[in-house]
Design a protein around this ligand. Structure first.
Ligand SMILES: [Zn+2]
Length: 258
């Protein structure tokens, strides 16, 4: 049976409307009032961490109310934090992984409930810098924050952890320069948990890419310094809301923050 000509027009109009509203440029899901919005939640500010405010600001129990995916550190700058699928892991200065109790506190962390908005299969053998460039080229805007998850087997990863500090706390840069421990792994399987933040948030959080890593067998991990990637697939979630929980402790209240 042939459709009458006048019947085609509403169908065509419907398809056109979907094409415009359903997808934005580069095939990204459009932002509209109907799209679910994802919240990025952070504890304290990078500026505060940089000057040595390592006092706990909130607990893991409270942090997990705001996300099942994230990174950060623990009271006293006690290692590197990875939160994956709702479980909080601490990578200590020896590179070992421990599960963390709910009453453990954090001075600085970033979390979100990860919803894969898009997968980016990136072909080729990529350095860490090339990985960042390729993701940048694929983003619909460099002015939104993104949560990023990369799972796979990586030819090379270089990462670090830091030892727990005691008061009076030294600045972050001093700890990293003098006391960080660096680890290297080849052909290692695991997950990179990270965020990309626009440069305009640079006093608030790490501008650009910030990844922590954990192996699939939960043996080791840390804050990523370098790596090599073969045909990685990057899962992304746009964070179109951002919330900052400011510490209610004497160290934060009395600090001179710019
Ligand atoms: Zn880090």
């Amino acid at each position: 049976m042939k459709l009458k000509r006048w019947l085609w027009w509403p169908i065509l109009l419907l398809l056109t409307t979907f094409a415009i509203n359903g997808l934005s440029t580069h095939g990204w899901p459009a932002y509209s009032q109907n799209a679910p919005s994802t919240l990025g939640f952070q504890v304290s500010t990078l500026g505060a961490l940089n000057i040595g405010i390592y006092e706990g600001a909130t607990t893991m129990a409270e942090l997990k109310e705001h996300g099942d995916f994230g990174l950060g550190t623990f009271e006293g700058l006690d290692g590197e934090m990875v939160i994956l699928d709702g479980t909080v892991y601490k990578i200590d200065v020896d590179g070992g992984v421990h599960r963390v109790e709910d009453d453990t506190e954090t001075p600085f962390s970033v979390v979100s409930f990860f919803h894969r908005q898009r997968s980016l299969p990136l072909g080729g053998n990529l350095s860490y810098q090339e990985l960042e460039q390729r993701i940048d080229e694929s983003l619909p805007s460099l002015n939104w924050p993104y949560a990023l998850r990369i799972h796979g087997t990586f030819p090379y990863l270089k990462f670090r952890s830091v030892p727990k500090q005691t008061p009076p706390y030294p600045p972050l840069l001093d700890v990293v320069r003098n006391e960080q421990r660096i680890f290297e792994e080849r052909n290692v399987t695991g997950t990179l948990v990270g965020f990309r933040l626009p440069p305009y948030l640079s006093n608030i959080n790490v501008p650009g890419y910030h990844f922590h890593f954990i192996t699939s067998d939960r043996r080791t991990g840390g804050h990523i310094l370098d790596g090599e990637f073969i045909n990685p697939t990057v899962e992304l979630d746009t964070l179109d809301n951002w919330q900052i929980m400011l510490p209610d402790n004497a160290a934060f209240k009395q600090a001179l923050l710019e």
